[in-house]
Ligand binder design. Structure first.
Ligand code: HAM
Length: 436
């Protein structure tokens, strides 16, 4: 039997309705903040991710799924490497949405001079070659937003407020959500800070794991995320970003916190929060639900240098993404779900002699906007009623021999079993009224 790829999931039934619900809530809430939906391709040139996410990140080094077309495969196999491929032939499935969106913003000049900020949201599948486990998939779904062209700390706070509002609308009680924030500094102060963390790690060489020693060279700040208990103990004394911010970054961070305080949004400052993508500058944030044990359900931050890395004009940016699968797990841990009830419908049942009439009656109901089901298996009337129950029919339209001969149909309320006779020519409008 064919099987799905490990770490991927099929979305169907209530799971599909859960994902659609997340999109619907996003469309409504983000729309009220002025965000428009965008969709970028699932495949991008590898360089889009290398430049944006950063060559030294785990996402780029270990987790990107490369895409090889049939046309380039023979050459690649012969040469044994992709070195001879042109940049445009080196492709990968997107591991996240920000780099591709910023690439699109540069390519189509989303942010014309004087037109900032531009606000976009997306709901898409992402691909990361991680070791599959609970809440960690190889194909997962994110809803994300990006604001391009605003450096004002008010937008940082606004985006975080919107994120928390989104989680609440999805059914999380506010007290279950832990919001952590930090500031990573900018091009002026971050390199100095990075160097001081590198020196710190090297001065504790003997106590750190091999991975952290490698991190010291390629991406020292990631040592804060090491799972090794001993490394964590050592890193507890490492220099912290918040103590190494330049005046501009310190003031920006203070203003973000003041706006959050004003909005009444509770947060915890976590000076070790560094995030796994290199493009971040200044504000970063993550949200998790302690009882769910799936890690962050959402996270994001500011990326004021990313537009330039993707070949555009200097343009500040900020955004976040949340993970659908982890949100559903976290909600279930709280006894809730994103799944929406199966929508109710109208079922058109008929005696064998009236079966041919069902087609036109069902069609009229659908044209009146009513979700309509019918029998295609020549079931008995009794079985049709059973089927109607299974399909969550609120109303059953019954085309019996006597009723149809009199130009009527029986409309039966499936909950109360009350029945009325309705003329066939006004049937659709009558039923649409009942279902409204
Ligand atoms: P991220 O923190 O890498 O950020 O991912 C955002 C969310 O996607 C995570 O909090 C998590 O819920 C979910 N997620 C990540 N990896 C997996 C996985 N392997 N399986 C299941 N869920 C996963 C970003 O992707 C940034 N692009 C967010 C952003 C937007 N920053 C600025 N703008």
């Amino acid at each position: 039997m064919a099987q799905r790829v490990q770490g991927t999931e099929d979305l169907y039934g209530s799971y599909m309705s859960a994902w659609q619900h997340m999109e619907d809530v996003a469309r409504e809430l983000f729309g009220s903040y002025g965000f428009d939906r965008v969709e970028t391709p699932a495949i991008e040139q590898v360089d889009t991710f290398v430049h944006g996410i950063g060559e030294s990140t785990d996402v780029v080094r270990k987790e990107m799924f490369r895409v090889i077309s049939g046309a380039t495969l023979p050459g690649l196999l012969e040469q044994g490497s992709e070195a001879h491929l042109k940049a445009r032939q080196r492709m990968a499935l997107r591991p996240e949405g920000t780099a591709g969106l910023v690439r699109a913003a540069v390519e189509h000049n989303f942010v014309p001079q004087g037109g900032a900020p531009v606000k976009c949201w997306y709901g898409e599948a992402m691909f990361r070659g991680e070791r599959p486990q609970k809440g960690r998939l190889r194909q997962f779904h994110q809803i994300g937003i990006e604001v391009l062209g605003a450096a004002d700390p008010a937008i940082d706070a606004e985006v975080i407020v919107m994120l928390m509002q989104y989680f609440e609308l999805l059914g999380f009680p506010r007290e279950a959500l832990a919001l952590r924030i930090n500031s990573m500094g900018d091009a002026a102060c971050r390199p100095v800070y990075r160097e001081s963390v590198r020196s710190f790690i090297l001065s504790h060489k003997e106590e750190m794991c091999a991975d952290c020693l490698e991190r010291a060279e390629v991406n020292p700040l990631r040592a804060f995320d090491c799972k090794n208990d001993h490394c964590r103990e050592v890193m507890a004394d490492a220099p912290l970003a918040k103590d190494n911010l330049c005046d501009e970054c310190a003031s920006h961070y203070a203003q973000v916190k003041a706006y959050l305080d004003e909005a009444g949004v509770a947060y915890e400052e976590d000076p070790t929060l560094v995030r796994g993508l290199d493009y971040y500058t200044r504000t970063v944030f993550e949200v998790d639900v302690a009882s769910a044990g799936v890690g962050a359900i959402g996270g994001g931050g500011r990326y004021d240098g990313l537009m330039e890395l993707e070949g555009g004009r200097p343009t500040p940016g900020i955004g976040f993404a949340v993970g659908f699968e982890r949100i559903e797990i976290a909600l279930q841990a709280l006894g809730r779900t994103l799944a929406t009830p199966v929508p109710s419908c109208v079922y058109v049942a008929a005696t064998p002699a009236q079966r041919a009439k069902v087609f036109a009656v069902a069609q009229a109901l659908r044209e009146a906007g009513v979700r309509t089901e019918e029998d295609y298996q020549a079931r008995s009337l009794k079985s049709q009623f059973k089927q109607a129950d299974k399909l969550n029919a609120r109303v059953c339209v019954v085309l019996g021999d006597d009723e149809v001969a009199a130009g009527m149909a029986t409309v039966r309320d499936m909950a109360t079993h009350e029945q009325v006779q309705v003329p066939l020519d006004g049937l659709a409008a009558h039923v649409a009224g009942l279902m409204a």
